[in-house]
Design a protein around this ligand. Structure first.
Ligand SMILES: Cc1cc2nc3c(=O)[nH]c(=O)nc-3n(C[C@H](O)[C@H](O)[C@H](O)COP(=O)(O)OP(=O)(O)OC[C@H]3O[C@@H](n4cnc5c(N)ncnc54)[C@H](O)[C@@H]3O)c2cc1C
Length: 388
């Protein structure tokens, strides 16, 4: 693994940074305040290839590595963490569709998904099944060449505005656990699908979050992703990458906060000196940067493990997600402290980064679940040296 970015990676980083500065930074505060989902800008991101980052070139995606994708998402998140996080979920759902979709599904959807002309949601969580996603109850019953879907999903990012739903449902018996789960790609406007209200959230205001109800929703069998019973595995494979993505968004938010803080500490004076002259604050900033560099390195390591299809990729993705989203939030929070009262008011972007990065510790598997995934592997027989 090379710790220096290659020339190509520097070019991706530069392109993403320029796009974010031109198309996202000037509008991020307004998107947050007015709860605007900037589909036009997401479509422009699609023109840059950012909606199909690691989807294969065979469907029109960029076919990038997860490390490259992380570098790009970090830059977008440093402008608008909430919008970048939605783009990251769209990338996950698009990749799942491109990887496990039937030829019909791929031909119908992937071209528009990778260019951001059409958008996707990932639908796993239910009102009664969050961390314990394997207990989900939304059901799909076979009926000739179709399935009939009934149930509900909760907290779905983009829902109500997206075009394709990647939905995990139970095709097995009610007590079949994860092995009875299948994944479907379902057009969002199919008869019988209704959407709840846009949830009023602490952050992530530039993307809607809604519950979804499925009432006798008929989908043909060619909308199945992979085989019947493979849905939970597919959902978790999607989430390995999703966790890298969301961790990258936390790093971007934290880096933006550090950049603002570096400048602010030189501008702002108290007791006749700039804040940058106080050693207590210098040490705080030094710790913030040190921890962020460690988190970024960890995320790139996990992304590398995923690219290499390492046997322990899932554990590394879980560790990196836990670590980087905790560090990311803490760095944003420390940046508020170093800005004093100005950090708390909306004239400065710091509080928005802090609000937006808070949910990264909760979704795509809470950080407690990330610890469970990690501990399970470490405590396996013979695993003493597996993770080091
Ligand atoms: C803004 C937002 C967007 C979201 N977007 C999506 C989306 O697009 N698609 C989707 O499918 N889901 C989405 N989610 C749902 C998210 O993934 C879940 O909220 C998350 O998985 C936690 O589930 P829960 O909320 O039901 O909490 P619970 O599972 O009820 O957990 C409550 C608390 O208990 C802890 N806990 C639970 N079990 C254990 C255990 N065994 N050991 C230790 N601690 C435990 C949890 O870590 C947490 O702290 C979103 C959520 C939010 C808030």
């Amino acid at each position: 693994m090379d710790f220096n970015l290659s020339e190509e990676q520097l070019a991706f980083q530069g392109a993403a940074r320029a796009f974010a500065a031109g198309e996202m930074t000037p509008h991020a505060a307004e998107w947050d305040e007015k709860k605007i989902f900037p589909k036009d800008v997401i479509a422009k991101a699609g023109e840059m290839g950012f909606c199909g980052l690691y989807s294969p070139e065979s469907v029109g995606g960029m076919g990038l590595s997860r490390v490259d994708s992380s570098i790009i998402l970090e830059e977008l998140a440093a402008a608008c963490t909430s919008t970048a996080a939605y783009i990251s979920i769209h990338n996950m759902a698009t990749w799942m569709t491109a990887t496990w979709g039937t030829d019909t599904i791929k031909e119908t959807w992937c071209g528009d998904l990778v260019t951001g002309q059409k958008l996707a949601s990932y639908c796993l969580t239910e009102p009664g099944a969050g961390s314990d996603a394997g207990s989900l109850r939304t059901s799909a019953k076979k009926d000739g060449d179709s399935y009939i879907i009934n149930g509900s999903k909760m907290f779905i990012s983009g829902a109500g505005e997206t075009d394709l739903l990647v939905v995990m449902v139970r095709t097995g018996a009610s007590d079949s656990g994860p092995k009875g789960i299948s994944a479907f790609a379902i057009p969002a406007d199919t008869d019988g699908i209704t959407y709840g209200k846009n949830e009023d959230k602490m952050g992530w205001n530039s993307q809607p979050t809604r519950a979804i109800s499925f009432e006798n929703v008929r989908v043909s069998a060619d909308h199945l992703l992979g085989a019947e019973g493979e849905g939970f595995k597919i959902a978790m494979k999607g989430l390995d990458g999703g966790r890298i993505n969301i961790a990258s968004c936390s790093i971007g938010a934290a880096q933006a906060c550090i950049n603002h803080t570096q400048a602010y500490m030189k501008e702002r004076s108290q007791f006749g000196k700039p804040l940058a002259a106080f050693q207590a604050l210098q040490f705080k900033l030094a710790d913030m940067v040190t921890e962020l560099v460690a988190a970024r390195t960890m995320v790139h390591l996990a992304a590398f493990k995923l690219d290499e299809n390492d046997a322990d990729k899932t554990t590394y993705c879980a560790m990196a997600k836990r670590f980087a989203t905790d560090i990311g939030f803490d760095v944003c929070n420390d940046a508020i402290q170093l800005h004093g009262g100005y950090g708390y008011i909306r004239e400065y972007p710091i509080e928005r980064f802090q609000r937006d990065s808070r949910v990264h510790q909760i979704l795509e598997g809470t950080n407690e679940i990330m610890r469970m995934v990690t501990a399970r592997r470490i405590l396996e027989d013979g695993a003493t040296d597996a993770i080091r």
